[in-house]
Design a protein around this ligand. Structure first.
Ligand SMILES: Cc1cc2nc3c(=O)[nH]c(=O)nc-3n(C[C@H](O)[C@H](O)[C@H](O)COP(=O)(O)O)c2cc1C
Ligand code: SF4
Length: 355
């Protein structure tokens, strides 16, 4: 099985091709500190067999918070807790590549919504404040400083969250970024600036999770996503995880685009987008979204380097180990999204399905 064979990116070696995609824990203290509950979750994930484990989104500044139980990487005082998280994972399995996802919520938050342009989000009813040039410079610094904290804590890499309609996703989307300045003329500029800012101070590998399509009229489409992906490849990003959708997409698709319900025929619903991007870039690509079975994962690996899973590992963090041992050939996650509802209600991450 290709899924459980080693693979390398430019700077990292993974023991296998299965990635735990970033999944919000909703377990931090109100100041964003790591809790024992969270350490326990990551211990299980590390023992569970995935070669790469990406944390849930962490806020790079107070302004960038999506919710009150989100984990923080915005201040130096967050580093000690993150160090404990990393050392627990490494103690469980030294070979796990542990990645910190860095995020700013942009307009998709009730706390302090800002965005490239003041485009109202019909889902939340919020009209964000349009960011000034100084705001953008500050956010770039916030991402750079967060990456340095991740390195200090011992993470192997960081992943910029540029998917699902959060701030960096809003920048690359023509729907939410209508700026006339340099950050609107080249909507990927903020990603390149963050990358260069990190590279000026650190060698930590930088991955990205990005939308290939927003599923809103006037939003990001795959052709433009391919163009952006090439820029990211050229500048030296380590890997691209391909996703799609934002809160607003629900009005145009009548379902949650990011975390869709999946039947057997609907597995790996972003596969064609990921393949389009892979055809254009040299760096490794990760497919996420509705991968549930071993045979589908294997078939995806004919074209891309990594397969990512979120809900299957909420359901059972040990699924990769079971698949490897021949004890399971698919996830029994029902894709009911009760886990998603729960974290929006401030409950801790877990499988809330009754069956
Ligand atoms: C409870 C929950 C929390 C999530 N949190 C994040 C997150 O913090 N960052 C992120 O990039 N995606 C997040 N996602 C999206 C998943 O990483 C993934 O892209 C999506 O669920 C589709 O993959 P799946 O079918 O394997 O679940 C979350 C999804 C769920 C269900
Ligand atoms: S709550 Fe539903 S979607 Fe979430 S892990 Fe459990 S079965 Fe899967």
């Amino acid at each position: 099985m290709l899924l459980f064979t080693p693979v390398e990116t430019e700077n990292l070696r993974m023991k296998n091709r299965l990635v735990r995609s970033a999944t919000a824990e909703s377990m931090a203290t109100k100041e964003g500190f790591v809790t024992d509950e969270m350490v326990e979750l990551y211990k299980k994930l590390a023992e569970g067999g995935a070669g790469t484990v990406i944390t849930g989104y962490m806020f790079v500044s107070e302004e960038g918070r999506a919710s009150y139980k989100m984990t923080g990487i915005s201040e130096d005082r967050h580093v000690d807790g993150l160090k404990k998280l990393v050392s627990t994972v490494k103690k469980a399995d030294r070979s796990v590549v542990f990645v910190a996802q860095l995020a700013h919520a942009g307009r998709q938050t009730f706390i302090s919504p800002v965005a490239p342009s003041a485009v109202k989000d019909p889902f939340t009813g919020i009209e964000p404040r349009e960011m000034t040039g100084e705001d953008i410079e500050r956010v770039i610094d916030d991402f750079v400083n967060a990456a340095l904290r991740a390195e200090k804590a011992g993470f192997d890499a960081v992943q910029l969250h540029a998917a699902h309609g959060y701030l960096l996703s809003e920048f690359i989307s023509p729907h939410t970024n209508r700026r006339k300045d340099e950050y609107g003329r080249e909507r990927a500029k903020i990603l390149l600036d963050i990358f260069e800012g990190i590279r000026g101070k650190s060698r930590i590998p930088v991955m990205i999770k990005m939308n290939a399509c927003d599923f809103v009229p006037g939003g990001l489409e795959v052709g433009e996503a391919v163009r952006i992906a090439k820029l990211l490849d050229d500048i030296g990003f380590e890997a691209i995880e391909v996703s799609g959708g934002m809160y607003e997409s629900i009005y145009h698709q009548r379902y949650n685009v990011v975390s869709q319900k999946v039947g057997k025929s609907g597995e790996a619903y972003f596969r064609d987008y990921a393949f389009r991007i892979k055809e254009a870039v040299n760096i490794p690509v990760m497919v996420v979204g509705g991968v549930r079975s071993l045979d589908v994962a294997e078939s995806l690996l004919e074209k891309v380097e990594f397969v990512s899973m979120s809900r299957p590992l909420i359901r059972d963090p040990f699924l990769p180990r079971k698949m490897m041992a021949g004890e399971a050939d698919r996830s029994d996650c029902k894709s009911c999204n009760l886990c998603l509802t729960a974290i929006f209600e401030g409950k801790p991450l877990g499988c809330y399905s009754k069956n």
